[in-house]
Write a protein that binds this ligand. Sequence first.
Ligand SMILES: Cc1cc2nc3c(=O)[nH]c(=O)nc-3n(C[C@H](O)[C@H](O)[C@H](O)COP(=O)(O)OP(=O)(O)OC[C@H]3O[C@@H](n4cnc5c(N)ncnc54)[C@H](O)[C@@H]3O)c2cc1C
Ligand code: FES
Length: 278
Amino acid sequence: MNPIISRLKILDIVPFGRGPKHGFFALRLTPPKWESCAPGQFVMLHPRPAHSEAICPRPFSICKLTDGHLIVFFQVRGRVTAEMAALQAGDTVQVTGPLGNSLPARADRPTLILAGGIGIAPFVEYVDKHPRPATLSVEFAHRHPLECYPFEDIAEKCASRSHLETCEQDRAAFVALMEQRIREFPAAGLILACGPMPFLRLVRDMAAACKAEAHLCLETRMACGIGACLGCVVKAHLPATGNATPVQWSGPAAPPDSGAFVRTCACGPNFRADQVFF
Ligand SMILES: Cc1cc2nc3c(=O)[nH]c(=O)nc-3n(C[C@H](O)[C@H](O)[C@H](O)COP(=O)(O)OP(=O)(O)OC[C@H]3O[C@@H](n4cnc5c(N)ncnc54)[C@H](O)[C@@H]3O)c2cc1C
Ligand code: FES
């Protein structure tokens, strides 16, 4: 479906962790009037389009969508996310969505989910809507206390482990675990990952070494989110047309780009790991 620009009212804004100081929040909004939406898609959100110093909206994964609400889970990083943290129930925000393509979901293949930090957000909706959550397993690496993240929603539906990283040894241990899990993972399995770019690079390289099928959700910086500004390009090699499309495509049309650079917002944000270079 074509993305819709909506003004959505805030139902509530809930700090995660030990109060607002950690800077993690679930923003619960009235549900948008979308015809459809699939896990892995995202929205462009602007908290105060008429009054903010920030000209551009910011991209956020759809963390949860039900008949009663849309939840965006965010971490305060800079100007716009700080403005979002100051919002209150009853305020309205501008939301454009649903945008981008979806994550592949296969009932017939075991799926390993690797998430780093705020990269956990799209997997809340993914696990919730998956046809067979029993086939999923999740490894989640995080630097802030676990209660800062919506991990419980995932852990109650499928086999999930969390790994706190407070020092270089913790990080090295998680990298070793990831390598082992990817190596063990059956050829018929699927690997999905979302997190910081260095983390995604590691997953991509490990999956390539094991010839495993991996899909990455790229959180590149975006300005327009709708394919107009070229602010989000990554180097890629995508098939131009037809059934060779790398991931389930739920965007407005088949990916328009092929060749050296693609727009993450229009052709992703979900890509097969062996087709993007960053
Ligand atoms: C498809 C997609 C889905 C996303 N989903 C979520 C989500 O569910 N929850 C969430 O909290 N964030 C998510 N992000 C990242 C989010 O868009 C940024 O954190 C946000 O744009 C920061 O805006 P800001 O104005 O607060 O920070 P800015 O003032 O724009 O930047 C502050 C600092 O954060 C860094 N930064 C900004 N954007 C990114 C980025 N994309 N990746 C790495 N560093 C960045 C900047 O380099 C700078 O150092 C997603 C991004 C994409 C592309
Ligand atoms: S953010 Fe403008 S083209 Fe992708």
